[in-house]
Design a protein around this ligand. Structure first.
Ligand SMILES: Cc1ncc(Cc2csc(CCOP(=O)(O)OP(=O)(O)O)c2C)c(N)n1
Ligand SMILES: [Mg+2]
Length: 546
């Protein structure tokens, strides 16, 4: 047994073998030995950011955009607990984020003193992360460490959820055997084939079947297989709100994103009116279904999520989405001949004049840019940014569309830039930018150059839509564009359509640094998509209170 490796390099190599391609982190004394191993081994590149929530958001986004493991490395206590919300978001949105925290050495707990960064007991942090992850371990036994590393990392991959690994600082440099190779649970092909037959029978006997595809299609890298399945079946397909941006590079009878009564009525009637709805990797949550005009009959639906398929009262446990799709591809036949779908229409033609900016001008300007200079990946934060992203033509997109924590936009944009090498466009409100926008100061050391559009309406406008007439939604004007040069980038403040167009053209042609385009927008105005969403939510709650 080769012991040329140490516990630290065994962990790094095991993550690399399972698809991780970089680390986001912020050090502290409990994790300095592991940081040194990361830096000196060169096994995975390291990007440090300035606040642990951003580390979590960026590592999560790196996993999403690369359909692989995202990795966040932080110190014990103050670091790891600072990242709890970002890990919760990764869990809720099925992102395979590996959380690695440095931890106290074996003898440190025996001093009879509470340690700095300790909250209640030395295992409190482990217990907190047990609630936010699908597998956990503390690497305090060098004999079992290789197996534990493989178990936890393989669980992250098979369930596409975050995992937690604590590495005691006194063991990082200790000799350790390599971790076993990746071993994902074997697919139960017999069960998958039986399930596929029942699924196909139900689709075949339905009068108006439809398919809804969600985030698991991206998390498990199944867009290509699902696109060919949908082409074979010839059944109308939509993506969930969370699944926005799926199939941007694939052809299939795609209606577009299903947003209930907040979106396209044809899509809503195809999905809500289906007498057999096949849901592939769709998280059944309120943002995906909360604004359904007609409640979708989940009993008449077929749900494949979290390695389980539910058809009415029938349940197929341990059938992964990939196994089901593979089994369906073996027997699929044309069931429907979907109406030729008009290409989804995304508004273009921004007026090149002094028209004052409105929220929906942002999407028009980006669509025009995509038409003239090619598309870019997008990172969108929460607030109207999330809804403006729906009005932009299909492209790879990272956005917290379900758990909906603010602050992910800029860190996700940095991660997209790092992983893909492409300049993303980041859509972020002024409120969300106040939280994590300052991470742009880290661009210069890594050569990142995102184009960040800050929607400055001096307001927590989305909340004002839910609860008007409160001044606590008012924010001051922070003049973000003026700050950009101090962070190493270029800032342009724009108030009219012509100014926005010129700023975007300038930014796209200059890759030397990040660009912060501060779009001044009026308060109490939102994009049409957000307006329809808040109106639908208000109508639905009014109906429930009747
Ligand atoms: C970490 C966290 N804390 C609070 C909230 C609650 C919230 C949801 S939307 C919103 C206002 C966003 O303001 P912003 O200026 O960014 O965008 P816009 O509405 O378009 O003006 C808040 C405070 C969430 N979701 N996450
Ligand atoms: Mg705002």
């Amino acid at each position: 047994m080769s012991l040329s490796e140490t516990l630290g390099t065994v962990l790094l190599n095991a993550m690399k073998e399972r698809g991780a391609d970089r680390i986001f982190g912020l050090p502290g004394d409990f994790v300095l030995p592991f940081f040194r191993t990361i830096a000196e081994s060169g096994i995975l590149p390291l990007h440090t950011l300035s606040h642990e929530p951003s580390v979590g958001y960026a590592a999560d986004a790196a996993g999403r955009i690369g359909s692989s493991l995202g990795v966040a490395v932080v110190t014990y206590g103050a670091g790891a607990l600072n990242m709890v919300n970002a890990v919760a978001q990764a869990y809720a949105e099925k992102s395979p984020l590996v959380v690695i925290s440095g931890g106290p050495g074996a003898d440190e707990g025996k001093l009879g003193l509470s340690l700095h960064h300790q909250v209640k007991t030395l295992s409190s942090q482990f217990e907190i992360f047990r609630e936010l992850t699908c597998a956990q371990c503390i690497l305090n036994d060098l004999e079992t460490a290789p197996i534990e590393i493989a178990r936890v990392l393989d669980t992250a991959l098979s369930l596409s959820r975050p995992v937690y690994i604590e590495i005691p600082r006194d063991l990082v440099d200790q000799p350790c055997a390599s971790a076993p190779a990746i071993a994902l649970p074997a697919a139960n092909h017999d069960a998958a084939r039986a399930c596929a037959k029942e699924v196909l029978d139900r689709l075949r006997s339905a009068k108006s079947p439809a398919i809804l595809v969600g985030v698991e299609a991206r998390r498990y890298g199944l867009e290509d297989k699902i696109a060919s399945l949908c082409r074979k079946l010839g059944v109308p397909v939509a993506t969930s709100f969370m699944g926005r941006g799926l199939f941007a590079d694939f052809t299939l009878p795609l209606l577009g994103p299903y947003l209930g009564s907040a979106g396209d009525t044809n899509i809503a009637s195809a999905i809500e009116g289906a007498d057999c709805l096949l849901m592939l990797g769709v998280i059944t949550c309120d943002t995906n279904f909360g604004v359904s005009g007609r409640a979708i009959d989940m009993r008449a639906s077929i749900r494949a999520l979290d390695r389980t398929v539910v058809l009415g009262h029938h349940l197929y446990p341990d059938v992964s989405l990939e196994a089901l799709v593979d089994a369906l591809l073996e027997i699929a036949e044309t069931i429907g001949v979907p109406e030729p779908q008009p290409e989804p229409v995304y508004a273009t033609g921004l007026p090149d004049d002094e028209t004052p900016l409105e929220p929906s001008h942002i999407a028009i300007a980006v669509n025009d840019l995509f038409n003239s200079k090619g598309s870019s990946p997008i990172a969108a934060d929460v607030g109207d940014s999330l809804f403006i992203g729906l009005e932009i033509a299909d492209t790879a997109l990272v956005a917290p569309g379900y758990y909906a924590s603010m602050g992910m936009g800029v860190p996700a944009g940095l991660a997209i830039n790092a992983v893909t090498g492409r300049r993303p466009i980041v859509l972020v409100g002024d409120g969300a930018f106040q939280m994590t926008g300052w991470e742009l100061g880290n661009c210069q050391k890594y050569g990142w150059s995102p184009i960040v559009i800050v929607l400055n309406n001096q307001s927590w406008e989305m909340l004002r839509g839910f609860q008007p007439n409160q001044t606590y939604h008012d924010l001051d004007d922070w003049h973000f564009a003026d700050i950009a040069p101090l962070l190493g980038g270029r800032g342009i403040r724009v108030e009219t359509c012509a100014e926005l167009k010129r700023a975007l053209d300038l930014a796209v042609d200059d890759e030397s640094s990040f660009y912060l385009i501060e779009a001044m927008l009026p308060r109490s105005r939102t994009s049409m998509s957000l307006h329809k969403f808040t109106r639908a939510m208000r109508n639905l709650s009014a109906m429930k209170n009747e």
